[in-house]
Design a protein around this ligand. Structure first.
Ligand SMILES: *Cc1c(COP(=O)(O)O)cnc(C)c1O
Length: 455
């Protein structure tokens, strides 16, 4: 007999949402403003002008609920969007759970993750403003490759500072960026004062995201034709990602499903916010009541163990101060394989809704994540990027709890990238070499000493 239960829920191109959703005006209270790094006064649009074009700064501070996606951005989105929503029936069968697990698959983008959803509009708005070059940092290489692809769409230059450890370990991500025309430097580099100082201390410095951000920012200020692009954390980035949740809402409606639980991995919070915020809007409107859960690595537990404080986004202390959950801008996490989750801070918006009690957070060690990823790959077929293995592991925990309780929960997650360039991590897991890191409170306390005290 032919099974009638849908496995893949698709949207037509004509059904693709044409607006991004800004959650800020719907929140019970607004998030605290960013502060100028020198004066500690609320930062205004001009403070961001050396870094971003005014159109993106306006989105960053916008009070509009919906922002139209420009036609030129929709044209590029259509290369891979709308993305599919899958029901993980084969995983459900393996787990023998009454839960129904859905995943929104963002690995179908050219770069293999959700990151092009914001890279494309960021490149577009800079191009519109006459900017010819973007600088950025990248950790695992996902963001750098997304921005390299996006700048290529608008004939712009792209210069990327890649965390040195990952530059050495992941030559194929670098090659991808170069295929799309970007120039890639290991960070710390000899090109900035900050980089030179760090290399003088340690010629083999492994680098960190915070350091690479400092370098990319330093190389952008001062050049009137160059701006900087950030792949996560900021309000406008999370807003661009809401195309994920808006599509997922339409797709679940097609099969008459309403989620009981949303789980997403959180590095800087962009794929999570992108999936969750449109559902949060429906929840605030009383149309559904899902639990919304962030999942972070046990080795970089920003929400669950970090403090809610004003801190810098980068290591050199050049960016505006943001009120966010932070482990301290000097914190360098252990080299877990989910490179995209190794950031000291968390999006101010995700931190804010966490403080308001609108979302919850848990942390999971990496071996449990990879064990879940193998169960997923061996049933659903797709090999997940190391970052969303955290969301998968959390979905599996919940599905197994449903097996105990008999509850038929509907679980929704974002499979925000594939792991085809992360097979070395799977190799480590399969050979038994992967280790879990415990993060002692003393290490956190030490890193927190770098966080500025705001009067
Ligand atoms: C960058 C990245 C992340 C982490 O960033 P968020 O802003 O938290 O989404 C997670 N997954 C993948 C696949 C990434 O490339």
């Amino acid at each position: 007999m032919v099974s009638k239960i849908p496995h893949k829920i698709l949207l037509e191109e004509s059904e693709m949402p044409t607006q991004w959703y800004n959650v800020v005006p719907d929140l019970p209270e607004p998030p605290p403003p960013p502060l100028h790094p020198g004066t500690h006064e609320p930062a205004g649009p001009d403070d961001f002008a050396p870094l971003f074009p005014m159109s993106l700064i306006e989105q960053e501070m916008s009070a509009e609920r919906y922002i139209d996606i420009p036609g030129e951005v929709l044209d590029v989105y259509r290369l891979w969007r709308p993305s599919p929503l899958f029901r993980a029936r084969r995983l459900e069968q393996l787990l023998d759970t009454p839960a129904r697990i859905y995943y929104k698959y963002e690995g179908v983008s050219p770069a293999g993750s959700h990151k092009p959803n914001t890279a494309v509009p960021q490149a577009y708005y800079n191009h519109e403003a006459g900017i010819t070059k973007l600088t950025t940092e990248t950790g695992a290489g996902q963001w750098g490759s997304a921005l390299a692809f996006a700048t290529a769409q608008y004939g712009m230059e792209c210069e990327v500072w890649q965390v040195a450890a990952s530059y050495r370990q992941k030559p194929y991500r670098r090659a991808m960026m170069e295929v799309w025309g970007a120039t890639v430097h290991p960070s710390p580099s000899e090109l900035t004062e900050f980089g030179r100082a760090l290399l003088a201390e340690d010629p083999d410095h492994p680098g960190s995201l915070g350091i690479a951000i400092s370098e990319a920012v330093a190389m952008c200020v001062g050049d009137p034709n160059t701006r900087y692009a950030l792949g996560s954390v900021l309000n406008h980035v999370l807003m661009h990602q809401t195309i994920i949740g808006e599509e997922a809402l339409l797709q679940l409606a097609k099969v008459d499903e309403v989620p009981d639980l949303l789980v997403g991995c959180t590095g800087g919070g962009s794929n999570f916010g992108g999936l969750a915020f449109p559902f949060m809007r429906e929840k605030m409107a009383g149309k559904m009541n899902p639990t919304i859960r962030c999942v972070e690595p046990a080795a970089c537990p920003t929400l669950t163990k970090g403090e809610y404080r004003y801190d810098f986004g980068d290591s050199a202390g050049m960016t505006p101060l943001m009120k966010m959950h932070t482990l301290g801008h000097d914190f360098i996490p252990e080299p877990i394989h989910a490179g995209g989750l190794r950031y000291h801070g968390m999006s101010p918006l995700v931190s804010h809704v966490y403080e308001l009690g609108m979302v919850e957070a848990i942390s999971i060690p990496q071996r449990e994540c990879f064990a879940g990823a193998l169960q997923f790959a061996r049933t659903e077929g797709i090999i997940p990027a190391p970052e969303p293995t955290h969301a998968i592991a959390a979905a599996i925990r919940e599905a197994l709890a449903c097996k105990e309780s008999g509850e038929e929960k509907v679980i929704l997650t974002a499979l925000c990238g594939h792991g085809h360039l992360d097979l070395a991590a799977y190799d480590k897991y399969l050979s038994g070499e992967m280790v879990d890191y415990d993060l002692p409170d003393s290490v956190i306390a030490e890193a927190m000493e770098s966080v500025p005290v705001i009067a």
